[in-house]
Design a protein around this ligand. Structure first.
Ligand code: FAD
Length: 345
C-alpha cells in the first residue's frame, strides 16, 4: 500500500505542537502528530502535571495536566493521526514526484509529509533511569518512570524516588487528604539521595505538615526483589542511608522513579537546520532555513523569543497558516476568524 503523504507533520505533542495541530485542522490540512514519549503534553505532563499555570488567557489558574486535556480536545478537531513512542532521527527532503519530506524514526518507521512543524521543546525526553539491580525487569509492571493515572496507586504502599517537583507533586497527590479527608494511597515513602531538594519549598512544607508521607533524605535504593505479603505480590526494596551505609528493607506495591528527564536535540544538529546555540533559527513566519520546515515553541529562536506557552502557541498558529500557503500558494495566510469558521460546522 502506498504511504500516506500528509500535508503537515507536527513533531512534538507539547502544548505548542498541539495548538499547531488545531490551526492546521482549521486550515483543512491532513495532519500527522508525532512524539517520542508514550503520552502527549510535553513538559506539562512529563515535568509538572499537578502544578497550576497562571498565565494562560482565559484561565486564572489551570493545572498543567488539565490544560493538556483541553488542548488535546481542541486539537482533535483537526483529526490528526497520532504516533507516540516515535523518536524522529532524520528528515530528508525528497524532490520526486513533488517536493516533500521523509521523516525517519528510531524504530525504523517512516512518514511522508509536504511540510514539517518542529515543536521539539528541549528535545526528545527520556526518563533518567536508576541503575539498580532488579528494577529494569519490573519496569511498567510495578516500577514506573511515567505516572499515567493516579488511580492505580489507590490503597497501595508506594515508594517515590526523587527530590524534584515531580517527586514532590506525586507524593502530595498520593498522600494528602482530599476535601473529604480521604487519602489515595495506604502509605507513601519519598526518598532523596541528598538533603537539598529541587522541589518547591511550599510543597515540601505541606508534605511534612499535612500529609501522611514519610520523607527520608540521604537515602537510595540499593536492590529490589519480589516479596509476598498477606497473599499479595509486592516488592522488597533495600534502602541504604548513603552517609551511614545502614540498610533497611521496605515492602511496597509500587515504585515511582522521578529522577528527571534527559532531553536530546541530537538529530536537529545534523539536519542542515541553521541553529542559534541549542535552538533553531526562524524568520517571522517561523520558517527555518530549509523551505517547508518550520520551528515553533521552546526550540525556536528569533529576536523576540520568550520561552512561554502563551507566545509559543502564537508561533504555532503562524507556522500552520504559512505551511498552508506553502502547499497551496492560492490560499491566504490569514485563516479567517474561528467565530465564523466553526459556526458553519
Ligand atoms: C516546572 C516548569 C514550570 C513551568 N511553568 C510555566 C508557566 O507557568 N507558564 C508558561 O508559559 N510556561 C511554563 N513553563 C515552560 C513551558 O512548559 C514550556 O515553554 C512549554 O512546555 C514549551 O512547549 P513546547 O510544545 O514548545 O515544548 P515541550 O513541552 O517541551 O514539548 C516538546 C515535545 O517534543 C517531543 N520531541 C522532542 N524531540 C523529539 C523527537 N526527536 N522526536 C519525537 N518527539 C520529540 C518531546 O518528547 C516533547 O513531548 C514551565 C516549565 C517548567 C519545567
Amino acid at each position: 500500500m502506498e504511504k500516506k503523504l500528509y500535508d503537515v507533520t507536527v513533531v512534538g505533542a507539547g502544548p505548542v505542537g498541539l495548538f499547531g495541530v488545531f490551526y492546521a485542522g482549521m486550515r483543512q490540512m491532513s495532519i500527522n502528530l508525532i512524539d517520542s514519549l508514550s503520552m502527549i503534553g510535553g513538559q506539562l505532563n512529563a515535568l509538572y502535571p499537578e502544578k497550576f499555570i497562571y498565565d494562560m488567557p482565559g484561565f486564572p489558574k489551570v493545572m498543567a495536566k488539565d490544560l493538556v486535556k483541553q488542548m488535546w480536545e481542541q486539537a482533535q478537531l483537526g483529526k490528526p493521526d497520532l504516533h507516540l513512542n516515535q523518536k524522529i532521527t532524520r528528515i530528508t527532503p525528497v524532490d520526486q514526484p513533488e517536493r516533500h519530506f521523509q521523516i525517519s524514526c528510531e524504530s525504523g518507521e517512516t512518514f511522508l509529509s509536504r511540510t514539517v512543524i518542529l515543536a521539539l521543546g528541549m528535545g526528545a525526553f527520556k526518563p533518567r533511569k536508576l541503575e539498580v539491580a532488579g528494577l529494569e525487569q519490573r519496569e511498567g509492571v510495578n516500577v514506573h518512570y511515567v505516572v499515567k493515572t493516579l488511580d492505580q496507586y489507590n490503597h497501595k504502599d508506594v515508594l517515590v524516588v526523587g527530590g524534584g517537583d515531580s517527586a514532590a507533586d506525586w507524593t502530595m497527590a498520593l498522600s494528602l487528604p482530599d476535601s473529604h479527608g480521604k487519602v489515595r494511597s495506604k502509605s507513601v515513602t519519598m526518598i532523596h539521595r541528598t538533603d537539598k531538594f529541587a522541589a518547591h519549598e511550599a510543597t515540601l512544607d505541606l508534605l511534612r505538615t499535612a500529609s501522611h508521607a514519610r520523607i527520608h533524605t540521604h537515602t537510595e535504593v540499593q536492590a529490589v526483589e519480589d516479596a509476598i505479603e498477606e497473599g499479595r505480590k509486592k516488592l522488597r526494596v533495600t534502602l541504604v542511608q548513603n552517609l551511614t551505609k545502614e540498610t533497611r528493607d521496605l515492602v511496597v506495591d509500587d515504585i515511582i522513579v522521578c529522577a528527571g528527564y534527559i532531553a536530546k536535540l541530537d538529530f536537529v544538529k545534523d539536519s542542515g537546520l541553521e541553529m542559534a546555540g541549542n535552538s533553531i533559527k526562524v524568520n517571522d513566519r517561523m520558517e527555518t532555513n530549509i523551505p517547508g520546515i518550520f520551528a515553533v515553541g521552546d526550540v525556536a529562536s528569533h529576536a523576540g523569543k520568550l520561552k512561554l506557552i502563551a507566545t509559543g502557541v502564537g508561533e504555532a498558529a503562524i507556522a500552520a497558516n504559512f505551511a498552508k500557503v506553502m502547499i497551496d500558494p492560492a490560499a491566504k495566510a490569514f485563516p479567517g476568524h474561528s467565530t465564523s469558521k466553526f459556526e458553519k460546522h
